[in-house]
Design a protein around this ligand. Structure first.
Ligand code: ZN
Length: 242
């Protein structure tokens, strides 16, 4: 189904309420996200679930189908890049998509209380938080104030990149995305159990700022992301090739 939303060249998006039930299983949730990203990339977003009627309909309760653990970068607005609306995505964002206690608690809330079947770690090329961490690793100069907490959370990924011989910033970003997926599962037995039971999956994707497209770089269960609708292959043998 395609909706141009601009017949006759009239400006402004078409707004619709998506009346299909929210996906309740991981593969369908991922396919839904990828479909929205493709609409966004192709310049044909539907802006679903953003109208006043839907706003009222979801006031009594939420059933988001995906948790987004994303970087705070202003160009990474989740509902825009995945073409979704109110009640669809449970979004947790920090600079460099770090996974501290409040982030872990927020993810666990969505997965266990709201029953959300998918967790997506969303990183991106040219990430400033990763660049800042690399600067610290290179120069040894510590950042001011609480920015240090962000850098400290990214540094393990820098060390891993060094071990793997990856030096370009976007290759390091891929490693940091995969590291965040591992941290979420390693630090949250609650989330790991949901995944083990097949009720949830965790996928790490990298977003390209200019193109607007996401690319899977890590997934648990392994190979899960290939189940998504034409999401492209996930090659676990070379997750961070330079
Ligand atoms: Zn970033």
């Amino acid at each position: 189904m395609s909706h141009s939303g601009t017949p006759g060249g009239q400006p402004g998006p078409q707004r619709t309420t998506d009346r299909t039930p929210a996906p309740s299983e991981p593969a369908r949730a991922y396919a839904e996200l990828i479909a929205g990203n493709r609409r966004f990339v192709g310049g044909a977003p539907r802006h679903p679930n953003q109208d006043a009627g839907h706003r009222a309909a979801v006031a009594d309760g939420q059933h988001p189908f995906a948790v987004i653990v994303g970087c705070s970068d202003s160009r990474l607005a989740a509902e825009i890049i995945f073409d979704r609306g109110l009640g669809d995505l449970f979004v947790v964002r920090t600079a460099g998509h770090t996974a501290g206690p409040e982030v872990l608690g927020s993810v666990e809330y969505a997965v266990t209380v709201l029953g959300t079947p998918l967790v997506v770690v969303l990183g991106h090329d040219s990430c400033g938080a990763v660049q800042a961490a690399r600067e610290v690793a290179t120069t040894g100069t510590q950042p001011q104030g609480h920015l240090r907490a962000v850098v400290d959370a990214v540094l393990p990924s820098l060390r891993r990149a060094e071990t793997e011989g990856v030096q370009d910033i976007d290759g390091i970003v891929d490693i940091h995305i995969a590291q965040t997926v591992e941290t979420l599962l390693g630090q949250s037995p609650v989330l790991a159990d949901e995944v083990a039971q097949g009720r949830c999956a965790v996928v790490g994707v990298s977003y390209r700022l200019a193109a607007g497209a996401v690319r899977p770089v890590a997934a648990v269960p392994a190979g899960f992301a290939t189940l998504g609708e034409e999401a492209g292959p996930l090659d676990p043998a070379a997750p961070a090739a330079a």
